[in-house]
Design a protein around this ligand. Structure first.
Ligand SMILES: Nc1ncnc2c1ncn2[C@@H]1O[C@H](COP(=O)(O)OP(=O)(O)OP(=O)(O)O)[C@@H](O)[C@H]1O
Ligand code: SF4
Ligand SMILES: [Mg+2]
Length: 363
């Protein structure tokens, strides 16, 4: 058995990002037949994904809307169980068997994927939207060489020849920094960081427009985590990928993402440019979340905690789901679902503190 590999050194300079026009122009495959070339890359509207249990429906994602443009990186954050993974899996309906999309739409290039049959959706999984899961060891097949695992989707989903798919797999492994002498390795022969690189190569195999990273670096040490994130950032710029990054690490979102979507108990609390949301959080939950996150300058003893628990999504409270924990709760909050207020700087907030629909300046 070979020794696990070390990580290549961090490369300092990043290439400038591609423009949206360049990104659509560099696609290896034509847009899907029903695509509207003028439509946004991804537009999710009022998505509802529930899980059926004996005792009722778990409202894991309830009326969630957001968009993603070409080459953009969106961070998805919020406490454990708030619906981040379910939102991501709903995009290509890779849900557990008791999961159902009960409403809303997921438009990719203007095509509603929710309306597609499972068979028709195959065209979009991995070819348009791919997912890098946490913990590559569980996602990779332990008895198949990594190169073969990457070549397989190229062969079967894109209908390439055996030789062409092997060659493409080698190119991809090179792209993610796995040296050619490691091409024949099995997953257990690679270090954790190298395995996560292999997962990234697999996610890129069919040249997707959108890559979703569901806590892609959680199991790695801080140095390797930084290297993998830098690789993702470099690939995003070079290949014009759009990225949805799910993480509990707000500093990763601050460094990597253009926009951030803060979820609470299956709903959007706040969404907007990272630079605005992180410097001037408006939703009481976003403020608490940021206050609870350690940064290099903070003293861990003075970090805030968020008292209480998120609600049970089998039977969430009416009105605002954050009300039982909110320091600014008002009578209306426990009765009426807060409408979304949109601010002039591109931030939207679902909270009764901001009643007027369009705000020129933050309240
Ligand atoms: N198969 C399932 N059946 C029933 N409930 C489920 C199922 N999968 C997830 N849930 C519930 O749906 C809600 C959202 O789960 P999800 O995994 O999307 O959260 P998350 O934000 O990704 O959490 P984490 O940060 O822990 O990964 C949670 O309340 C969870 O318990
Ligand atoms: S709607 Fe009310 S309870 Fe909910 S976050 Fe805003 S102020 Fe707090
Ligand atoms: Mg999750």
């Amino acid at each position: 058995m070979s020794e696990p590999m070390g990580e290549p050194a961090i490369e300092p300079a990043l290439t400038p990002p591609l423009t949206p026009g360049q990104i659509r122009g560099r696609r290896q495959w034509p847009l899907p037949k029903q695509a509207d070339p003028a439509a946004p890359l991804l537009q999710v509207r009022n998505l509802q994904t529930y899980f059926k249990l004996g005792s009722g429906w778990v409202k894991a994602v309830d009326d969630v809307s957001f968009g993603l443009t070409d080459g953009e990186a969106l961070g998805l954050v919020g406490e454990s169980g708030c619906g981040k993974t379910t939102t991501a899996l709903s995009l290509v309906r890779l849900l557990p068997t008791n999961g159902r999309i009960r409403g809303g739409s997921v438009e990719l290039f203007g095509i509603d994927l929710v309306a597609k049959s499972d068979l028709a959706l195959q065209r979009y999984r991995w070819r348009e939207i791919s997912i890098i899961f946490q913990g590559a060891m569980n996602a990779l097949n332990p008895v198949i060489q990594v190169r073969r695992q990457i070549a397989e989707p190229i062969r079967y989903r894109l209908g390439q020849s055996e030789a062409a798919s092997q060659k493409r797999a080698e190119e991809l492994l090179d792209l993610v920094g796995i040296p050619s002498r490691r091409l024949g390795a099995y997953p257990h022969e690679l270090s954790g960081g190298m395995r996560q690189r292999a997962m990234i190569a697999m996610a890129l195999a069919c040249d997707p427009a959108i890559v979703i990273g569901d806590e892609p670096t959680t199991a790695l040490d801080a140095m390797v985590q930084a290297q993998i994130l830098q690789l993702l950032e470099q690939l995003r710029r070079e290949l014009g990928l759009s990225l949805i990054l799910i993480t509990h690490d707000l500093s990763v979102v601050a460094e990597t993402c253009d926009r951030v979507l803060v979820m609470y108990a299956g709903r959007v609390a706040e969404e907007g440019p990272v630079a605005r949301v992180f410097t001037e959080p408006r939703h009481p939950y976003t403020r608490k979340l940021l206050g609870a996150f350690p940064n290099i300058r903070s003293d861990r003893r003075t970090l805030e905690t968020i008292p209480g628990e998120p609600p049970n999504l089998l039977n969430p409270p009416p009105g605002c789901r954050f009300a039982p924990r909110c320091p600014q709760v008002m009578p209306v909050c426990t009765e009426v679902v807060p409408p979304e207020a949109v601010f002039a700087d591109g931030v939207r907030v679902a909270c009764h503190l901001y009643e007027t629909p369009v705000h020129e300046t933050p309240a």
